[in-house]
Design a protein around this ligand. Structure first.
Ligand code: ADA
Length: 527
């Protein structure tokens, strides 16, 4: 197995509001990688370019993996450009000849200025803070000539314990071994010895090692099937009701570069409270996040980056191809994780405009070309006016009864029932009916029972959970949102007190609000 070197450390750093010629840069400080330069310290809230540099000892063919960065970047090896990307939150994998063995320079110029063009994947009006930095780990690996590029293991028949194996390797002949057992010749469909199914209650995992004679690697996978029967979401053939949270990957002081310890604490907290699902809103998730969900037994809706994109963007050829590319990369990256059961994209895009059908179809085709074993959806805000829902498997609605557009100061349970009845009425019978977002803002410590109080949020969400629990037609609800998250206060200054989206059921430091305690009690009571 090739040795993987972590490049996480303190890198040389320079911040500039305008672009600098590489040879002119005077690195005057240090920044941690992973890290967001605008999440704390002297560059807090500033927009510009963060130049990160470090040296690396290596030679020959290498694979450089950057877990994620944002918002856009130029990547340079020995001062030569090797990639430009605007795919914030996506993993970047670069395989290239690093030159003679010895010391080389890696420079990553990260730009957090908003790009407002229709082709842009991250605009200022997105309702989450656009951090600048290298969000996730960076690694480097020297590769043999006949290296293994990727290994996919997709459950085929869960009664028989068979999997479909796809190996992308320069050397054709590969041997594989399951769970430390005997090496056998690889075949397109293989039976896993002594297999056990994966589910949230029993998150059993298997390992498959691959050897092609010059390179060796190992992947972890799980056997489970997610599908739709009689309009219900099913796992391993049985209806499963989704009770989940939307989670932004952010933490005060760290921005989008959430330390692993905090990530693990979040996921454990969510699992222990009794939730079974996380929607990774609104971008691809890290390898560590999905590995933890596989192990803890949490289902994941993973989606590519998008937020409220309008027809002008949705019909822009660059936007379409960038959306397809980031979605393809997301599916390839996460395909072995049993926790991922739904692929999503384009949160709240303008899918009431028939011109959106082109991009939605292209995204569905892109996903299907990589993986036919999971369900596909997108979260719509357009209810009966949406014209793209026939293209996906699940009818998923973002809906805010009792929050937006009503004059009531106190919570009125009738609004929830009315809203859900209307949505169920427009949902085709063959599709699962899923609430992909619902919630209310609550300022922690506010207890006057009216809007913005913890009580108002708790009453609303308790009413929603009760309705979903009792209603067999409803496949589930994913609360908006797990924790309060910073947003760009320039845009929503009057709707976002403190510069935060305050609909978290825990605050930004993960201190529970009443809603958290109430939902936890309800979930535990129904276990
Ligand atoms: C939308 C959107 C979320 C968030 C939410 C809100 O549903 O998908 O990202 O902005 O609204 O809090 O209003």
């Amino acid at each position: 197995m090739a040795k993987i070197e972590s490049l996480d450390s303190l890198w040389d750093f320079k911040f500039s509001e305008t672009e600098l010629a590489l040879e002119e840069i005077v690195f005057d400080s240090k920044q941690p990688v992973p890290g967001c330069f605008d999440a704390s310290g002297e560059h807090r809230y500033r927009r510009g370019i963060g130049y990160y540099r470090r040296t690396v000892r290596c030679g020959g063919l290498v694979r450089l993996t950057i877990g994620a960065l944002g918002l856009r970047a130029g990547i340079y090896w020995d001062a030569k450009p090797i990639r430009r990307t605007q795919r914030a939150y996506s993993r970047e994998v670069l395989i290239f000849d690093s030159g003679a063995a010895g010391e080389h320079e890696l420079l990553i110029a990260v730009d957090n200025r908003y790009d407002e063009a229709p082709s842009s994947l991250f605009r200022r009006d997105y309702d989450f803070y656009g951090y600048g930095g290298i969000y996730r780990s960076v690694t480097l690996e020297e590769l043999p000539k006949d290296f293994i590029e990727s290994v996919q293991v997709i459950p085929e028949d869960i009664a028989e314990g068979t999997v479909r194996v796809k190996i992308n390797s320069a050397a054709e002949h590969c041997k594989v071994a399951f769970d430390g057992g005997a090496w056998v010749d690889c075949a397109p469909v293989m039976r896993v010895p002594d297999f056990k199914l994966w589910s949230p209650d029993s998150p059993n995992l298997h390992r498959m090692a691959v050897d092609n004679g010059s390179d060796r690697t190992e992947v972890v996978f799980g056997l489970r099937r997610a599908d739709v029967r009689d309009g219900c979401f099913c796992l391993n053939g049985k209806p499963l009701k989704i009770f989940g949270v939307n989670r932004h990957n952010a933490y005060p002081g760290f921005g989008a570069a959430v330390p692993l310890e905090k990530l693990e604490q979040d996921l454990r907290m969510i699992k222990e409270a009794g939730f079974n699902t996380i929607r990774g809103s609104h971008y691809p998730q890290s390898e560590e996040m999905l590995t933890l969900c596989d192990r803890l037994g949490l289902l994941v809706w993973e989606e590519s980056l998008g937020w409220g994109d309008q027809a002008e963007a949705l019909t822009n050829p660059v936007f379409i191809s960038e959306q397809c590319e980031q979605t393809r990369q997301m599916v390839q990256k996460s395909i072995n994780h049993p926790s991922v059961v739904i692929w999503g994209f384009l949160n709240e895009a303008e899918t009431k405009d028939s011109r959106a059908r082109q991009i939605v179809s292209a995204l569905v085709r892109t996903i299907r070309a990589e993986d036919t074993s999971r369900l596909i959806s997108y979260a719509t805000m357009f209810r009966g006016k949406d014209v793209c829902m026939d293209l996906v498997d699940i009818a998923a609605y973002n809906t805010y009864p009792g929050w937006g557009g009503t004059a009531n100061l106190f919570f009125d349970p009738a609004v929830v029932e009315r809203d859900f009845e209307e949505l169920m009425g427009i949902t085709p019978p063959e599709k699962p009916f899923l609430i992909s977002e619902i919630g209310a803002g609550a300022l922690i410590g506010t207890h006057h029972r009216r809007r913005w109080s913890e009580e108002y949020q708790a009453e609303l969400l308790a009413c929603v959970f009760e309705y979903v629990r009792k209603n067999p037609r409803c496949s589930g609800v994913i609360v908006w949102q797990f924790c309060d998250t910073e947003t760009d206060n320039n845009i929503r200054v009057l709707e976002r007190p403190r510069g935060f989206n305050n609909k978290g059921i825990v605050d930004e430091y993960r201190r529970p609000k009443l809603a958290w305690l109430q939902l936890e009690a309800m979930l535990k009571a129904s276990e």
